[in-house]
Ligand binder design. Structure first.
Ligand code: PNS
Length: 163
Protein backbone atom coordinates (compact mmCIF):
# COMPACT_ATOMS: atom_id res chain seq x y z
CA UNK A 1 0.00 0.00 0.00
CA UNK A 2 1.60 3.27 -1.14
CA UNK A 3 0.15 6.24 0.73
CA UNK A 4 1.14 9.84 0.01
CA UNK A 5 0.39 13.11 1.79
CA UNK A 6 -0.62 16.30 -0.01
CA UNK A 7 -0.04 18.93 2.71
CA UNK A 8 -0.93 22.59 2.77
CA UNK A 9 -2.86 25.33 4.48
CA UNK A 10 -5.53 25.42 1.76
CA UNK A 11 -6.94 28.80 2.84
CA UNK A 12 -8.85 28.31 0.61
CA UNK A 13 -8.29 25.29 -1.61
CA UNK A 14 -7.84 26.26 -5.27
CA UNK A 15 -8.36 24.34 -8.51
CA UNK A 16 -4.56 24.25 -8.72
CA UNK A 17 -4.37 22.31 -5.44
CA UNK A 18 -7.13 19.98 -6.59
CA UNK A 19 -5.31 19.29 -9.86
CA UNK A 20 -2.24 18.18 -7.88
CA UNK A 21 -4.36 15.99 -5.54
CA UNK A 22 -6.11 14.39 -8.50
CA UNK A 23 -2.81 13.60 -10.23
CA UNK A 24 -1.31 12.25 -6.98
CA UNK A 25 -4.39 10.02 -6.59
CA UNK A 26 -3.55 8.40 -9.93
CA UNK A 27 0.04 7.68 -8.82
CA UNK A 28 -0.56 6.33 -5.30
CA UNK A 29 -2.90 3.79 -3.73
CA UNK A 30 -4.07 6.34 -1.17
CA UNK A 31 -3.66 10.08 -0.77
CA UNK A 32 -4.22 11.95 2.47
CA UNK A 33 -4.79 15.67 2.03
CA UNK A 34 -3.19 17.07 5.19
CA UNK A 35 -4.68 20.42 6.18
CA UNK A 36 -2.45 22.46 8.50
CA UNK A 37 -4.32 24.12 11.38
CA UNK A 38 -2.47 27.40 10.99
CA UNK A 39 -0.58 29.05 8.13
CA UNK A 40 3.19 29.39 8.61
CA UNK A 41 2.87 33.03 7.53
CA UNK A 42 2.15 34.68 10.87
CA UNK A 43 -1.52 35.56 10.39
CA UNK A 44 -4.69 33.67 11.18
CA UNK A 45 -6.49 31.79 8.43
CA UNK A 46 -9.55 33.29 6.71
CA UNK A 47 -11.41 29.97 6.97
CA UNK A 48 -11.52 27.69 10.03
CA UNK A 49 -9.88 24.29 9.88
CA UNK A 50 -13.35 22.67 9.73
CA UNK A 51 -14.36 24.85 6.78
CA UNK A 52 -11.11 24.19 4.89
CA UNK A 53 -11.39 20.43 5.44
CA UNK A 54 -15.03 20.44 4.29
CA UNK A 55 -14.31 22.41 1.10
CA UNK A 56 -11.67 19.85 0.11
CA UNK A 57 -13.76 16.90 1.27
CA UNK A 58 -16.63 17.99 -1.00
CA UNK A 59 -14.29 18.73 -3.93
CA UNK A 60 -12.60 15.29 -3.82
CA UNK A 61 -15.79 13.27 -3.21
CA UNK A 62 -15.38 11.60 -6.62
CA UNK A 63 -11.87 10.34 -5.74
CA UNK A 64 -12.36 7.14 -3.76
CA UNK A 65 -8.71 6.86 -2.64
CA UNK A 66 -8.42 10.38 -1.21
CA UNK A 67 -8.97 11.31 2.46
CA UNK A 68 -8.84 14.72 4.07
CA UNK A 69 -7.46 15.19 7.58
CA UNK A 70 -6.45 18.19 9.69
CA UNK A 71 -3.09 18.27 11.47
CA UNK A 72 -1.32 20.45 14.00
CA UNK A 73 2.06 18.72 14.36
CA UNK A 74 5.27 18.55 12.39
CA UNK A 75 4.44 17.29 8.91
CA UNK A 76 6.84 14.34 9.24
CA UNK A 77 5.11 13.32 12.51
CA UNK A 78 1.76 13.40 10.74
CA UNK A 79 3.26 11.33 7.91
CA UNK A 80 4.58 8.78 10.45
CA UNK A 81 1.18 8.58 12.19
CA UNK A 82 -0.51 7.94 8.83
CA UNK A 83 2.12 5.49 7.61
CA UNK A 84 2.84 7.70 4.60
CA UNK A 85 6.36 7.75 3.15
CA UNK A 86 5.85 10.34 0.44
CA UNK A 87 5.04 14.04 0.66
CA UNK A 88 3.68 15.51 -2.57
CA UNK A 89 3.98 19.23 -3.22
CA UNK A 90 2.93 21.19 -6.27
CA UNK A 91 5.50 23.44 -7.96
CA UNK A 92 4.21 26.39 -9.92
CA UNK A 93 7.23 28.42 -10.86
CA UNK A 94 10.87 28.98 -9.98
CA UNK A 95 9.66 31.33 -7.25
CA UNK A 96 8.24 28.33 -5.34
CA UNK A 97 11.47 26.43 -5.55
CA UNK A 98 13.56 27.97 -2.79
CA UNK A 99 10.89 27.65 -0.09
CA UNK A 100 9.91 24.14 -1.17
CA UNK A 101 13.57 23.11 -1.38
CA UNK A 102 14.14 24.34 2.19
CA UNK A 103 11.08 22.48 3.52
CA UNK A 104 12.06 19.30 1.68
CA UNK A 105 15.62 19.47 3.09
CA UNK A 106 14.40 20.07 6.63
CA UNK A 107 11.80 17.32 6.44
CA UNK A 108 14.46 14.94 5.09
CA UNK A 109 16.70 15.85 8.00
CA UNK A 110 13.85 15.12 10.42
CA UNK A 111 13.00 11.74 8.85
CA UNK A 112 15.06 10.18 6.08
CA UNK A 113 12.37 7.56 5.37
CA UNK A 114 10.00 10.22 4.08
CA UNK A 115 10.57 11.40 0.52
CA UNK A 116 9.33 14.71 -0.86
CA UNK A 117 8.23 14.61 -4.49
CA UNK A 118 7.04 17.45 -6.70
CA UNK A 119 4.31 17.59 -9.31
CA UNK A 120 4.56 20.50 -11.72
CA UNK A 121 1.52 22.71 -11.98
CA UNK A 122 -0.23 22.88 -15.34
CA UNK A 123 0.23 26.28 -17.08
CA UNK A 124 -3.42 27.28 -16.44
CA UNK A 125 -2.77 27.26 -12.68
CA UNK A 126 0.87 28.37 -12.64
CA UNK A 127 -0.12 31.84 -11.39
CA UNK A 128 -2.77 30.65 -8.93
CA UNK A 129 -2.37 30.82 -5.14
CA UNK A 130 -4.66 30.95 -2.11
CA UNK A 131 -3.26 34.37 -1.19
CA UNK A 132 -4.05 35.75 -4.68
CA UNK A 133 -7.58 34.31 -4.42
CA UNK A 134 -8.08 35.98 -1.01
CA UNK A 135 -6.76 39.29 -2.32
CA UNK A 136 -8.96 39.28 -5.43
CA UNK A 137 -12.04 38.35 -3.37
CA UNK A 138 -11.25 40.95 -0.71
CA UNK A 139 -11.29 43.61 -3.40
CA UNK A 140 -14.56 42.38 -4.88
CA UNK A 141 -13.08 40.64 -7.94
CA UNK A 142 -14.39 37.32 -9.20
CA UNK A 143 -12.56 34.12 -8.35
CA UNK A 144 -14.94 31.88 -10.27
CA UNK A 145 -12.94 29.33 -12.21
CA UNK A 146 -10.05 29.55 -9.75
CA UNK A 147 -11.68 27.77 -6.79
CA UNK A 148 -14.59 25.32 -6.40
CA UNK A 149 -17.98 27.06 -6.69
CA UNK A 150 -18.74 26.39 -3.00
CA UNK A 151 -15.57 28.26 -2.04
CA UNK A 152 -16.63 31.12 -4.30
CA UNK A 153 -19.91 31.42 -2.43
CA UNK A 154 -18.22 31.10 0.95
CA UNK A 155 -15.69 33.82 0.09
CA UNK A 156 -18.47 36.16 -0.97
CA UNK A 157 -20.42 35.43 2.21
CA UNK A 158 -17.35 35.75 4.45
CA UNK A 159 -16.25 39.00 2.89
CA UNK A 160 -19.85 40.21 2.58
CA UNK A 161 -19.47 41.09 -1.07
CA UNK A 162 -21.40 40.26 -4.18
CA UNK A 163 -19.37 38.81 -7.03
O1 PNS B 1 0.11 25.82 1.92
P1 PNS B 1 1.54 25.90 2.33
O2 PNS B 1 1.83 27.20 3.00
O3 PNS B 1 2.49 25.62 1.20
O4 PNS B 1 1.76 24.71 3.37
C1 PNS B 1 2.90 24.69 4.17
C2 PNS B 1 2.87 23.46 5.09
C3 PNS B 1 1.57 23.36 5.85
C4 PNS B 1 3.06 22.22 4.24
C5 PNS B 1 4.08 23.62 6.05
O5 PNS B 1 3.96 24.84 6.70
C6 PNS B 1 4.15 22.50 7.09
O6 PNS B 1 4.59 21.42 6.76
N1 PNS B 1 3.70 22.80 8.34
C7 PNS B 1 3.75 21.83 9.41
C8 PNS B 1 4.88 22.16 10.40
C9 PNS B 1 6.19 21.59 9.92
O7 PNS B 1 6.36 20.41 9.79
N2 PNS B 1 7.12 22.50 9.64
C10 PNS B 1 8.44 22.11 9.19
C11 PNS B 1 8.52 22.01 7.70
S1 PNS B 1 10.01 22.74 7.23
Amino acid sequence: MRRALCPGTFDPVTLGHLDIVERAAMLFDEVVVAVALNPDKGYGPLFTIEERVEFIHDAVAHLTNVMVRPFDTLLVEFAQMNDAHVIIKGLRAVTDFEHEFQMAQLNYRLDKDIETMFIMSIPEYAYLSSSAVREIAQHGGTVRGLVPDAVCEALAARLNQSH
